[in-house]
Design a binder for this molecule. Structure first.
Ligand SMILES: [Zn+2]
Length: 134
């Protein structure tokens, strides 16, 4: 097993100096490969990666409506793969209205919200569709 494959134990969501929630992945200083969750070593050249703050902007690759909720969640809700602006594809919850479901190519941005219905609130990344203001 390659050490760089380990990513558990490193938080993906943190608060930056501006007080804003941001996703933090890793970036290879040699080839520029960005990953989320972060890696210790680059999968391409084994260079030691550094923490990298992501913009939280992306587009929906695909999304599915969860109508049968797992324990600790309330249905319905949407999850999907988000192609983040920096490159990684990340699976996350997507906030959407029932009459405006997320679809391939929709622009989304990071928000932070409560995941599930556990007694102790769990905050996590939730993406929201970007609507052009006119
Ligand atoms: Zn690299």
């Amino acid at each position: 097993m390659i050490v760089g494959e380990f990513s558990l134990g490193t938080p993906i969501l943190t608060v930056n100096e501006s007080g804003r929630h941001v996703l933090v992945g890793s970036r290879c200083p040699v080839c520029g490969d960005v990953r989320l969750p972060s890696r210790t070593l680059c999968g391409a050249d084994l260079s030691e990666c550094v923490p990298h703050e992501l913009s939280g902007e992306g587009t929906v690759y695909e999304a599915v409506r969860i109508s049968l909720a797992p324990a600790g969640f309330e249905a319905p809700f949407w999850i999907g793969y988000i192609d983040l602006a920096e490159g990684p594809r990340y699976l996350a919850q997507i906030e959407a209205d029932e009459d405006a479901p997320p679809s391939h190519g929709d622009r989304v941005t990071l928000t932070v919200g409560r995941l599930g219905t556990s007694a102790e609130p769990l905050l996590g990344p939730i993406f929201r569709k970007v609507t052009d203001a006119h």
